[in-house]
Ligand binder design. Structure first.
Ligand code: CA
Ligand code: CA
Length: 227
């Protein structure tokens, strides 16, 4: 009877381990809707943004902070998608970059991101267009994956056009310990990149059933010994 009980407890133990590892694989969309904003324009929100198990760190050459933008803060200027979004920008020819890391899981998958450039109809002094955007994913298992995009040059603020594009990452952007996103305009006015709706999935490296069973046995042994 006692051994039946022990077996039942052991099976429960293994199942809870499996449950624990799958709980950490939740899908998350970072929508930046809780950033601080102003009707007058972008508001600095610091060099880091922590949200839902992920950390974004700005690494701009001239130390600009992440900015929060209210949708439609100016007609025909900035970018618009009907919600609050985040942006980074730099002065002069400087490129900009930021990094995404998981804080609750060792690794994550990057699925997609909405990006927009800033164009200002009729005022070239505001054309800080992030034209080229590159993604470099660092794999937890070593090595890296890269993907480059050219933005569509369509951005008219709160006008009729679609400013943000949803860019889907390659299926190889899985099991990442971090991703660095870089943008450049090749423009003396600097670079501006707006982003929103980063779709991610926290990932623990898939443990094999054998490894889980071994871990359960080990823990089980320890529990029995301490009794
Ligand atoms: Ca948003
Ligand atoms: Ca666009």
């Amino acid at each position: 009877m006692k051994s039946h009980n022990s077996i039942r407890k052991f099976i429960f133990f293994v199942l809870s381990l499996i449950g624990f590892s799958s709980d950490m694989r939740g899908a998350v969309v970072l929508n930046f809707d809780s950033l601080i904003t102003s009707p007058a324009g972008g508001v600095s929100n610091g060099f880091t943004i922590a949200d839902s198990g992920f950390l974004l760190t700005a690494d701009t050459s001239d130390k600009r902070e992440f900015r929060g933008y209210e949708d439609g803060w100016q007609l025909n200027r900035g970018s618009s998608n009907g919600s609050t979004y985040a942006a980074l920008w730099t002065a002069s020819f400087l490129p900009l970059s930021f990094m995404i890391e998981p804080t609750l899981t060792p690794a994550f998958d990057l699925i997609s991101i909405d990006l927009a450039e800033m164009l200002n109809n009729g005022d070239p002094s505001f054309d800080r267009v992030a034209r080229r955007v590159s993604f470099e994913g660092h794999l937890l298992s070593g090595g890296s994956v890269t993907q480059n995009f050219i933005l569509d040059l369509s951005s008219d603020g709160k006008g009729g056009g679609t400013d943000f594009e949803t860019l889907a990452l390659l299926p190889s952007f899985v099991g990442l310990s971090s991703v660095t996103i870089k943008a450049s305009s090749g423009n003396s006015l600097g670079t501006y990149l707006a982003f929103d709706n980063i779709s991610l999935q926290g990932a623990v490296p898939e443990p094999s059933v054998g490894a889980l069973f071994g871990l359960a046995l080990l823990l089980w042994g320890l529990v029995q010994r301490t009794r």
